[in-house]
Design a protein around this ligand. Sequence first.
Ligand code: HDE
Length: 703
Amino acid sequence: MAEAKDDARTAARFGADEVTVGPGGETHQTADSKHPTMTTQQGIPVSDDQNSLKAGARGPTLLEDFHFREKLFHFDHERIPERVVHARGFGAHGYFENYKPLTDLTRADLFQRTGEKTPVFVRFSTVAGNKGSADLARDVRGFAVKFYTQQGNWDLVGNNIPVFFIQDAMKFPDLIHAAKQEPDRGFPQAQTAHDNFWDFISLSPESMHMVMWIMSDRTIPRSFRFMEGFGVHTFRLVNAEGKSTYVKFHWKPKQGLQSVVWNEAVKINGADPDFHRRDLWTAIESGDYPVWELGLQLFDDAFVEKFEFDVLDATKLIPEEQVPIQVVGRLVLDRRVDNFFAETEQVAFCTQNVVPGIDFTDDPLLQGRNFSYLDTQLKRLGSPNFTHIPINAPKCPFAHFQQDGHMAMHNPKGRVNYEPNSRGEGGGPRENPAEGFRSYPEPIAATKVRARSETFSDHYSQARQFYISQTPLEQTHIANALSFELSKVETPAIRSRMVSHLLNIDAKLAETVARNLRLKEMPKPATAARPTRQDLKPSPALSIIKNGPKSFAGRKVGALVTDGVDAGVLAALEKALKAEGAMLKLIAPEVGGVKDSAGAWHDADEKLEGGPSVVFDAVAILPSKEGAALLATLPAARDFVADATAHRKFIGYAATATPLLEKAGVAEALDEGFIPLNAAADSEAFLAACRKIRFWERANAER
Ligand code: HDE
């Protein structure tokens, strides 16, 4: 048996605080003035947390070991059910700042005063993947905001796409079953590129508008910070006089819109499956707080009457050009979570959480959601007392007679737990007709039917409008995404059925996809309940590229460096990026770092193999002459350059980098997206190019 080692020697070896070594060689650390005594959950002090209680050092473990039992019992129950959809998410705290009083529109307390800040918690998510799936799945992103207002919590549970797949909540379980893993095999994970999804979709013409959105670059955002958010449904704002105005909610990122390209998304998932959550965490930690403005589209019954589509149909949007967006405030995320489980996992959004001054409409999807969210929280959090968890609790005074249940934390004192009562003072809370929530008294005279309104039956016109609003490049991306996903579908009839729908949207799109799939014959257009309108004008607001950022702020440059990197160029680049509000990250052959041409040391942020160019917005290739010769032999360095080129990134390069550019196969076609970085002054030209985010003009980068 090994000898127990000398204490002092062991402590030095581990580099830890005070350490002693037990007879089995295990590490013990003892309570002292800096470290409190460890206890069980019952508060009983623990003497040894390394060894279970045994009948002899080599004997069986004893049941009486309450510390061991409790520790394992708790561990065995650490997981709660993941969300059935939106399982993978990431949250942050911040505030909503109201720009000006909206008293004439709504009595919602958070909109009454100029400059008032309301605390918020936001959770971004993907929809289809399980909790451990990768961030860059092609998927809709959830954008859920909980406002802790002075009159209770308002949850605006939205997405990064303004429309949805289905019109009636009745179809939600089918949609989600079809999108998630197939039930027999349990795969594919976090992707819609499989038979079940496209089978369901191709039999659901109402999904075609959403299909255009999910096949666009909206579903591969560069990060949560660079995407829009939408409340999707039509809601109501109600003012103190009871007047109602219809509203659609929009979040506009101050950072501008930006997406990655598909080949990049696939590679980011391998290089950093946590890319989006890491991005948000890092931005907040570095003080670069993301900001979105809240925009309202406001309209009345007269507009509802004259609009081409039904405002209760969640597969339709109202073009911004038709009803302009009024910006009323901003959302700033300035605090990361302290504990992922307590906050991001336990946060419980409910569409039913609305405050006085905000109300629902009869959108059948919204009505269904209002049932579903409360229900799902009980399953997930295990108790009707989930509002007692700090992240879900209101931050305003609250009082009611709801009591008991699992894990009740707020237990009122006193004798009265009912009302009406005659206890006078101490009788507890009372109704408040003046301030309390009152539903908008919408007149309803109807026949009870199980039916879909005819006003919901135009399934192709807005799909077409979205498609024709895109730049040619974005249209190519849509065709490529459809071709990719449908190529993963094993049943030819499903591929063909999808193309039959595309024929009702845009003939050229249908032809391109049919050609990419090598369909043997072109199907007939799908039977349409209503013909596709050709008179809807393109809406420039629907394009990402037309709404890109105006600066490079919040973005990241990856500089590939070796020993001997030009000290002046590196310093100038760092300074220029900092002034822009962007970041420079150094990638070197070893993580320890490099020595520059002036002999100064620079720690690297990533080792070459761990920092591929896909995780940066632009790259700089800055090796010394000797360094370039070394990098030219390394596959990861060649990929770094070749990928950045294929992904149409701006590439700053030192003349010394030529051997690497040659080996990467790009040296012969250095276009204007390659910017020489040989002197300190060159960094301004490089940065000016980077502001355009991508050199889309680069040839041969995709089909
Ligand atoms: Fe959801 N949705 N949803 N959804 N949804 C959930 O609630 C549901 C829909 C959205 O970060 C679930 O707590 C139904 C539209 C987000 O915690 C569940 C229908 C939109 C999140 C649920 C929809 C959304 C959810 C699963 C069709 C955009 C994540 C776990 C009628 C406007 C919130 C949970 C978070 C989560 C039901 C459609 C957005 C099961 C029945 C449309 C962002 O309650």
